[in-house]
Design a protein around this ligand. Structure first.
Ligand code: APR
Length: 310
């Protein structure tokens, strides 16, 4: 069985461990800095195994040594933004956590593929790559799979159709500037631009962009974790089963889409080598403009990170 490590045993991490085990994608190592937390959740998940019929082993630990030989490492460690905290405060705290986590991955799991989930996503993925110095194909982030999942859910609700027939595409950074692409979003091959008026599409696009915030507003404390854990599990499945699925992923660009030295959400082919190919869509002028704006937002995040000297 592949060895899949999940760093951070909070809401997203523990639910991801559950999904990985239920799909028997591999054995799971769940780690956290809080003592007892990963051990308790891992044991609980092991005890669910006989009831749901999975043989994946889930081990909780506070010791990075246990991640040795991992095939895939998912990073969900971090803190959420608290009242009174600026974006820069959050950036600084989470960047330090990601740096420490990445140093341990380099030490104990130097051949692994890393999927970053911690926000602000595009910048944390950048920190992961810069710290580990892994080839960029082995370090990528979970954003577009979640955002396109949300877009697909809203389309299914609007049209009253099955989610199974929807293929949605969302590019760009994982934040206010993300770029849902209605022309590349289809119901059984038919673009939604032919199925709904522009006003409805615009409404669903806005709801997608605000998808994370809508959940935070409802929950009052904490943020989304069911869909984020489902999204990262889809990505892990593509890697460990080498399915070569085409998914929107936060990937390192080296000239693709006219961008360099930046992590940004684009469609990629995912397989056992990680990001095996970046797929360049033929964007129209408006779509290009929106992607440029999103890249600008990610670049300024990287600039503020560098200005903070992290
Ligand atoms: N090393 C390991 N684990 C850590 C560290 C660290 N240095 N610092 C914090 N953690 C752990 C916390 O102890 C906590 O259990 O990370 C976990 C984060 O869990 P939650 O607070 O429940 O956050 P969650 O909702 O899971 O979100 C995690 O994913 O979607 C993103 O925006 C979200 O950045 C956030 C991340």
């Amino acid at each position: 069985m592949p060895k899949i490590t999940v760093i951070g045993a909070g809401a997203v991490g523990a639910t991801a461990a559950q999904r990985i085990a239920e799909k028997e994608l591999g054995d799971v190592i769940l780690t956290d800095i809080v003592e007892g937390l990963p051990q308790g959740k891992a044991l609980d998940l092991m005890e669910a195994g006989p009831l749901f019929g999975y043989d994946s082993k889930i081990t909780g630990t506070n010791d990075y040594k246990d991640i040795e030989g991992s095939d895939v490492v998912v990073i969900t460690a971090g803190i959420a933004r608290k009242p009174g905290m600026t974006r820069e405060d959050l950036l600084k705290i989470n960047a330090k956590i990601i740096k420490e986590v990445s140093q341990n991955i380099t030490k104990y799991a130097p051949d692994s593929i890393i999927i970053t989930v911690t926000n602000p996503l595009d910048i944390m993925t950048y920190v992961t790559m810069k710290t580990t110095n892994f080839e960029s194909r082995r370090v990528f982030g979970m954003s577009g799979v979640l955002d396109s999942g949300r877009f697909a859910a809203f389309i299914a609700m609007e049209l009253g159709c099955s989610v199974r027939d929807i293929s949605a595409m969302v590019l760009g950074g994982h934040g206010d500037t993300m770029v849902p692409l209605p022309r590349f979003t289809t119901v059984q091959g038919v673009p939604i631009t032919e199925l709904m008026p522009q006003s409805a599409i615009q409404r669903l696009v806005e709801r997608t962009v605000n998808g994370g915030a809508e959940i935070v507003d409802l929950l009052k404390t904490g943020s989304a974790f069911y869909a984020p854990s489902a999204a990262v599990t889809n990505m892990i499945e593509a890697v460990v089963k080498d399915t070569k699925r085409v998914l929107p992923v936060c990937a390192w660009l080296n000239g693709e889409y006219g961008k360099k030295d930046i992590y940004l959400g684009v469609p990629v082919k995912l397989g056992k080598r990680g990001v095996e190919e970046i797929i360049e869509l033929k964007l129209n002028t408006d779509e290009k403009k929106a992607l440029d704006r999103s890249a600008g937002a990610v670049s300024s995040g990287i600039d503020s990170l560098n200005a903070l000297g992290i």
